[in-house]
Design a protein around this ligand. Structure first.
Ligand code: FEO
Length: 400
């Protein structure tokens, strides 16, 4: 029995789960896996919306056939060309040679660069309509959410937005496919981790896309992204979260991240956290950058306003795992956080001084003085750490 899920009489989820891949984009841990969602509309004309990663194409083709039998696929709509969604295009084309491939001009540039020349292109412009019979599909270009060719498809008949990467997240769909069938608490962390690491850099483009959808005054009964749950009961929940994240809105809390070889920088991190707690801060997360993957750290930095970074010196430089953290922060262009800096030097400096340079480049508001201990923290450095914690707490509490 092939697993497909009806969204309504003619629209079906035909996605697949990936629990085998260790790293998404060969970068981001998939501890909880990921789903590649594709959709099929079985109308007078048959359309599929996006495909799946190439490792899943056999299971995917079976799903299509289980719904349409001997019928042909008339349209393959490509909202996004990244290979986690375009990986089965060639297989679909091989099985249904007359299929028309639907995309915008940029889509076809990517298509040919990845997979070579094909035929039967149906090139759409922003706002164009495709009539499948009962279902009328309208296309909206939403560049850079997440690639330049990205677009969304709106089913005017069922009021379903096929939103590509937008509104999606990590985590396989383990039985439940719809938002009302799953515990969203599990998914929201993974959706924020997905957003902050994959899409977050393009926050202004997400805002532009959200404004475009709002200005169009469309009604969304269902939001159907290419990863994670399908939103049919509370689509506003995911829209509101994307809105907040893309505006870099934060919650009260502090993320302390440190790189420590022998535990001395870690000791300062724990001390600062205790002082923050004594000042009434409840959301405090401490991460050892050498242990926790940077994607989880970034996800929490996206969430909370306060950030305190600590590093020991390593061969006159920042500790390598902290290099990774600051590089990812700078790459994501995250703005407007409060930043404290601490660490240790040994036979050389390089940890704290490079965190200070990072602060100057990123221009986050500095909280307290940078604290640097020689090899291990003493009373003087603990006092300064306490001062930093008090200033950070005061800043955050003043914004309640
Ligand atoms: Fe899920 Fe940008 O690919």
């Amino acid at each position: 029995m092939v697993n497909t899920v009806a969204i309504n009489e003619k629209v079906h989820w035909i996605g697949v789960n990936d629990r085998e891949t260790y790293l998404f984009e060969n970068l981001w841990p998939l501890d909880k896996g990921v789903s590649y969602n594709s959709y099929l509309i079985n109308d007078e004309k048959v359309a599929i919306l996006d495909t799946v990663k190439n490792s899943k194409m056999d299971a995917y083709l079976e799903k299509i056939e289980s719904i349409i039998g001997e019928k042909q696929v008339d349209y393959m709509i490509i909202n996004h060309m990244e290979p986690d969604h375009s990986g089965a295009i060639k297989a679909v084309k091989a099985k249904y040679p007359d299929v028309k491939i639907v995309g915008n001009t940029k889509t076809f540039t990517f298509l040919e660069n990845f997979y070579g020349k094909m035929d039967n292109y149906h090139v759409i412009k922003d706002g164009d309509l495709l009539d499948l019979g009962e279902h009328k599909l309208r296309f909206y270009l939403t560049p850079m959410v997440h690639w330049p060719e990205t677009m969304m498809t709106y089913d005017e008949t069922s009021k379903i937005l096929f939103s590509a990467d937008a509104f999606g997240g990590f985590g396989t769909l383990d039985g439940g496919v719809f938002d009302d069938e799953v515990n969203l608490e599990f998914y929201m962390d993974e959706i924020r981790r997905y957003y902050s690491n994959i899409v977050g850099k393009f926050g202004p483009m997400v805002q532009r896309a959200l404004k475009k959808l709002t200005d169009l005054n469309l009604e969304f009964k269902v939001i159907a992204p290419t990863h994670g749950p399908v939103w049919r009961t509370n689509p506003n929940c995911i829209i509101e979260n994307y809105d907040r994240w893309s505006k870099a809105e934060t919650e009260e809390g502090v993320v302390i991240v440190y790189g420590s070889m022998y535990g001395n920088t870690q000791k300062m991190a724990d001390f600062i956290a205790r002082k923050l707690s004594e000042e009434g801060i409840k959301n405090i997360r401490i991460y050892d950058a050498s242990k926790t993957h940077v994607s989880y750290i970034i996800s929490d930095i996206w969430r909370f306003k306060g950030v305190i970074l600590g590093s020991c010196a390593y061969n006159t430089k920042l500790f390598p795992s902290m290099e990774t953290v600051i590089s990812k922060i700078e790459n994501s262009q995250l703005k407007d956080r409060y930043l404290g800096v601490f660490g240790t030097s040994s036979w050389s400096g390089g940890g704290v001084s490079n965190l200070d340079k990072f602060q100057e480049r990123i221009n986050w508001e500095k909280i307290g003085e940078s604290v640097e201990a020689k090899s291990s923290p003493k009373t003087e450095q603990f006092d300064k750490c306490e001062q930093m914690a008090k200033e950070m707490a005061k800043k955050l509490i003043s914004e309640r």
